[in-house]
Design a protein around this ligand. Sequence first.
Ligand SMILES: [Zn+2]
Length: 252
Amino acid sequence: MPFESYFTHDGVRLLFRAARAAAPVFPLRDWQGQNGIILRHDVDLDVTAAFRLSEIEAEEGVRSTFYFLVTAETYNLAASSNRALLRRMADAGFEIGLHFDPQVYAEADEAELARRARAEGDILADIAGQAVNSVSLHNPSVHGRYLLLDGWANAYEPAIFAPDRYLSDSRMRFGRDPLEFVTEGAGKVVQLLLHPLHYTQSGQPYPAPMLNYLEGAARTVDCMFRVNSTYQDRVGHTLAAAIAAAAPHWTL
Ligand SMILES: [Zn+2]
């Protein structure tokens, strides 16, 4: 199977099925040193894409950890729609973890970063209705700050973050065949990181995942302004059409 075909919903479903057949698949909170597959997701762009991926996993009988940014530029976990999705994921047996971006606190030392992470974790726990004691770092290869926080399960712990036991789809590329990788969970612990935004019905490459996000955002704006008669007269229910008309004139 060509690596790109894993980015379709059907393709990733087959990957989950193969993983489950090969070895136990579990969220990081359930790892006590045993062999198996730690399945992890960093949610960088969009909560909706994460929720959709969790539904596919639940249908395939696997559970994982979804790491959310409290400091995201593109989603707000405290919005009622996202709160509901996080609760549903937590209730369905998924672990909700903190995706922590140290670059937000550029001047902070390690102690201050630990305090900030705990504060963000408390916000996330309140939203998800679940204790949050698990962290993954956002873009560590960019900023080089691989901090380990006391009392937290950490996705970058050396035992589960080494070249022979870790595979990710970062930049929408797999360094090796993920199907072959997950079979190794039978004989040792391995960690698979998938970014939900990469997984769509069609599996199209960049910029399709970003355009999907923007389409959803345009629909959100349409809903917000449904009660505004001037907006309705001028735009109707399709901000997307107005964007398409305006886009050729944007000077970015
Ligand atoms: Zn990230």
